[in-house]
Design a binder for this molecule. Structure first.
Ligand code: GLV
Length: 321
């Protein structure tokens, strides 16, 4: 008998073929709507595997409802949506999709830096709204990226990829990390700082840590107050690493120059969020890894991990505690 799998969203055909070859699957066959919790809870009861997205909370309660579950394959590098400890206690393997999205996400972090610094989306709105009357010397002026100091919080795969890009812009690059990385310092020309030191010295700050109990809320009022009034903050990691309320106040009072956000404390961003009222923030709907090629690779990678575990093999990308 083939193992049973639940897929929580319509995924690319290539990934479905991988799963369909070895498993019997049911799928929440919608592209733009997350599976409702009650549907998820009833669908998982007889499954051996779940193909999940970051929109699904795989918590103790859900695991209780899925006694046969052996693997949760998340189509994301981040896995803060999954209670990994609870899975480990039950012998359920959790997998993620590291590596394939590194460069694509670093591209977007850079795009946000540039867009926020040079007021790209604000300028486009200005033009579309018919406000462009004439060229004028200080109209929509921003801050320079070239030659500035970039502070990278978390020098993992994506942080390193952002550092590499920064070299092309002749930026000085600082980083924070739990431990020093002398080899990377030599290779990338980056310098380690304390978080406080990095926030004080940087013209751009880009966040590249996973969301854990340690990083939750790590950038708040106190940290924002250390930043330069001309600095730009970019977040492509997880919204909850940053206190959104404290950032809103800093942006409103122009205590920093601008921000670029791809992730939020609540996703989708509520339509009454004060962020939507602010001109000095670029807002994107969590598209860090959203190139056609990368999203396809992520789906196939998650499918491969799922099928490997259900075939009694080691997964390629296990998440460990
Ligand atoms: C996306 O946010 C991911 O973690 O892959």
């Amino acid at each position: 008998m083939k193992p049973k799998v639940y897929i929580t969203r319509r995924i690319p055909e290539q990934a479905l073929e991988v799963i369909g070859g070895r498993c019997e699957y049911r799928m929440w066959d919608k592209e733009d709507e997350a599976v409702p919790r009650d549907v998820l809870e009833s669908e998982v009861q007889d499954v051996d595997g779940i193909f999940s997205l970051l929109t699904e909370r795989i918590d103790e309660r859900l695991l209780d409802l899925a006694p046969k579950l052996k693997v949760v394959a998340n189509m994301a590098v981040g896995y803060d949506n999954i209670d990994v400890a609870a899975c480990a206690r039950r012998g359920i393997v959790v997998t993620n999709t590291p590596g394939v999205l590194t460069e694509t996400t670093a591209d977007l972090a850079f795009a946000l830096m540039m867009a926020a610094a040079r007021r790209v989306t604000e300028s486009e709105r200005f033009l579309r709204e018919g406000k462009w009357r004439t060229w004028s010397p200080m109209l929509l002026t921003g801050v320079d990226v070239y030659g500035a100091t970039l502070g990278i919080i978390g020098l993992g795969r994506i942080g390193q990829a952002v550092a590499r890009r920064a070299r092309g812009f002749s930026m000085r690059v600082l980083y924070t990390s739990g431990s020093p990385h002398p080899e990377l310092e030599a290779e990338l020309g980056v310098e380690r700082r304390s978080l406080e030191g990095l926030l004080r010295e940087s013209d751009f700050v880009s966040i590249h840590v996973p969301l854990t109990e340690k990083t939750r809320g790590m950038i708040g009022r106190r940290e924002l107050a250390l930043m330069k009034p001309t600095a730009v903050l970019v977040n492509t990691s997880r919204g909850a690493v940053l206190s959104e309320q404290d950032l809103i106040e800093a942006l409103r009072e122009k205590r920093i120059f601008a921000a670029g956000l791809d992730v939020f404390e609540t996703e989708p961003l509520p339509q009454d969020s004060p962020l939507l009222e602010l001109g000095n923030v670029v807002l994107l709907p969590h598209i860090g890894s959203a190139s056609i090629g990368t999203r396809t690779k992520m789906a196939v990678m998650a499918a491969d991990n799922l099928v490997r575990v259900l075939s009694g093999k080691e997964p390629l990308n296990p998440v460990t505690l």
